[in-house]
Ligand binder design. Structure first.
Ligand SMILES: Nc1nc2c(ncn2[C@@H]2O[C@H](COP(=O)(O)OP(=O)(O)OP(=O)(O)O)[C@@H](O)[C@H]2O)c(=O)[nH]1
Ligand SMILES: [Mg+2]
Length: 391
């Protein structure tokens, strides 16, 4: 599958930069193209300068809202972010049009953080605008949710997140949810290492995008997963997961697994990888709530057999009873079995629901506070009415 990736705001730009790097890796290591264009859009000049892989000309790093923000971002006011992006949307569309293999591109991926200003406000606006202009290509959003400590300290963070999620869900064909907090579970030092988190966000997409683009016969699975399968699977709230299980011993070609116990262990590697993918989902959710799902099994050719595919299939079917499941295999020569998992058309995501409730609950207090502030302002104006003015 070939994507055009557009990142908005600081987070969006950096994650898009990581996708651009992944694209380079796919062409140098595997000789295939998965990212046809990568763009970063921001109201903050320094953020754009800090990127590494996205081309550094003004058509790939697009600065908007210059006069309004002085090149310093919108300071978490996502309405202002939305406005600035709306005013500059034609610049972005013009830039996208210069993509070399645009006609071969299967879909758009628009990336941003929900809690900030530029990305949060801009993501739904760009998604809608691209969707209107390119009706034949799906538009997917990838939204990064805030860390817990950000939610606790700032009301604005919750408000931005809820408004961004709601609008993006309306505008895009599917919304990938990525929870920053999830990456701290195993390694809390990551909080100061955004690069590492970004790599972990992007990595699960590698095999998924590559599998359908392979040209070499030995890399093409018995059942491939291509862009068509992915497009059919994706809709609404979506999460991605990746799990691996290393093959402890690399067997030499003449040592086949004849022993039935060893054979059993081998098959079990698939289940192990699936379990890890399920526990490493990008946002916590229940497989039972998925309306569609896709998994891609990747392993050395000789590890991939009917038993392993069947066992994973049976196991997953029990967990996601109501989902339309698509599956495929991708033979890669590596000493591991890994699984990429998409759960889509989710009917419930607790995290999203929670943001909506919290904002709805706080709206009356926010309104009251706003009214109180206005009343105070009127009062002080009233008190000054008999004072001579110098203007
Ligand atoms: N995963 C990840 N999250 C990030 C990164 N940079 C910022 N964030 C998160 O993104 C949210 C803030 O959004 P930003 O992208 O910084 O904001 P912005 O879109 O640039 O908007 P303004 O700066 O307000 O104009 C917070 O929840 C941060 O934790 C990053 O590189 N990776
Ligand atoms: Mg910023």
């Amino acid at each position: 599958m070939k994507l055009v990736v557009v990142g908005l705001g600081q987070c969006g730009g950096r994650v898009a930069d990581e996708f651009a790097l992944m694209g380079k890796r796919a062409s140098s290591q595997r000789g295939i193209e998965i990212i046809t264009g990568a763009f970063a859009v921001n109201s903050d000049e320094a953020d754009l300068t800090g990127l590494r892989t996205i081309r550094s000309d003004f058509q790939h790093r697009i600065l908007l809202g210059g006069r309004k923000t002085g090149g310093h971002g919108v300071g978490k006011i996502n309405e202002l972010g939305a406005q600035i992006i709306r005013e500059g949307v034609d610049k972005v569309i013009d830039a996208i049009r210069t993509t070399k293999r645009f006609y071969e591109t299967d879909a758009f991926l628009i990336v941003g953080a929900a809690a900030g200003g530029t990305g949060s406000g801009g993501l739904p606006v760009i998604s809608e605008a691209i969707k209107e202009r390119y009706i034949d290509k799906p538009v997917y959003a990838l939204i990064v949710l805030p860390f817990e400590h950000e939610e606790k300290n700032e009301e604005r963070c919750i408000y931005n997140t809820a408004t961004c999620l709601k609008s993006a869900y309306e505008a895009a064909d599917a919304v990938f949810l990525i929870d920053n907090q999830r990456y701290l579970r195993k390694d809390s030092s990551l909080i100061s290492n955004m690069d590492k988190i970004n790599r972990q966000i992007v990595d699960p997409f590698y095999n998924l995008l590559c599998a359908g683009e392979e040209k070499k016969r030995k890399r093409i699975g018995a059942r491939t997963v291509d862009a068509g399968d992915i497009v059919q699977t994706l809709g609404g709230w979506t999460v991605i997961g990746f799990g691996r299980s290393t093959l402890a011993t690399i067997r030499l070609p003449w040592e086949r697994a004849r022993d039935f116990r060893e054979k059993g262990k081998e098959t079990h590697k698939g289940i192990e990888a699936m379990d890890e993918a399920l526990s490493e989902l990008s946002v916590n959710c229940k497989p039972r709530d998925a309306g569609s799902a896709l998994y891609l099994l990747s392993a050395p050719t000789k590890e991939m057999n009917v038993d392993i595919l069947k066992e994973i299939g049976d196991y997953f079917r029990e967990l996601a009873e109501d989902a339309m499941i698509r599956a495929g295999d991708y033979p890669r020569e590596r000493a591991e079995v890994n699984i990429t998992l998409l759960l889509s058309q989710l009917s419930d995501v607790e995290r999203v629901r929670d943001f909506y409730y919290r904002v709805t609950e706080s709206i009356p207090t926010m309104k009251k506070r706003h009214e109180e502030a206005e009343a105070k302002l009127r009062e002080i104006e009233e008190a000054s009415k008999d004072i001579p003015s110098l203007l």
